[in-house]
Design a protein around this ligand. Structure first.
Ligand SMILES: [Zn+2]
Length: 232
């Protein structure tokens, strides 16, 4: 049997293994399991984000409390307004001070309102997320188990073909097989194809003059575009 024939035989068995892999990968059992796993991992990131946001809000609140304490301190100066005016200070100066204090308090109030709205939003988001995460955590082991069960059910079939592939591989040049496996892992399939005239049947690329000669001499060549093995 020629190398091409051996490799074709190997590829035929490999195509059956690929079908088993595809059946497993496209199964509902796997989709649901992967979805649930990805949701839970994203939810944990999201919880971290909420925590960071809460810390940020806490810092803002501390900043406002500090500002408020300063304003309260300033307000104390107004307790003795009459005495200060009697000492000869202008009443219009205190009017301006009172005006600016009132504006600062107004701005503070607006900031407090927006912070409370932001906090309310974070709390609601956290509670909704928590509810969903608890439901997902409860569901996850079930989905994992179902996927495992399905995987085991096709594993026997896959093992059988893998055994066959191992035995076929013994007769194939190890460098060729290595290249074949590399292409397989890049999701190229089929890998070994029969030339259609001087054209790659998979991507339609024409052979160069040197490749034409090699193909005519019975050598396996590589398509320069899709990198499949081609033979005459
Ligand atoms: Zn090609």
């Amino acid at each position: 049997m020629s190398q091409v024939e051996k490799l074709l035989k190997y590829q035929e068995a490999d195509s059956r293994l690929l079908k088993v892999e595809q059946k497993l990968n496209s199964s509902d059992e796997r989709k649901k399991y992967v979805q649930s796993r990805s949701y839970l991992s994203k939810a944990s990131e999201k919880l971290d984000q909420i925590e960071a946001k809460a810390q940020e809000l806490k810092n803002s609140i501390e900043r406002i409390q500090q500002k408020y304490a300063e304003l309260a301190e300033t307000l104390k100066d107004f307790d003795n307004l009459e005495g200060l005016v009697e000492d000869g200070n202008s009443i219009s100066f205190y009017k301006r001070s009172a005006q600016s204090l009132s504006e600062e308090i107004k701005a503070l109030k607006a900031e407090i309102n927006s912070l409370s709205a932001a906090m309310k939003e974070q709390v609601e988001e956290y509670q909704a997320l928590k509810k969903n995460v608890i439901a997902a955590q409860k569901e996850y082991p079930k989905l994992q188990e179902e996927y495992k069960k399905y995987k085991n059910s096709v594993q026997a079939e896959a093992d059988e073909i893998t055994k066959e592939l191992k035995s076929l591989a013994k007769d194939i040049d190890s460098d060729v097989l290595k290249k074949y496996q590399a292409k397989r892992s890049e999701r190229v399939f089929p890998i070994l194809c029969k030339l259609q005239g001087d054209v790659c049947p998979m991507c339609g690329t024409s052979l160069s003059i040197a490749e034409k000669e090699n193909a005519a001499a019975g050598k396996v060549i590589e398509c320069e575009n899709c990198h499949r093995f081609l033979y005459r």
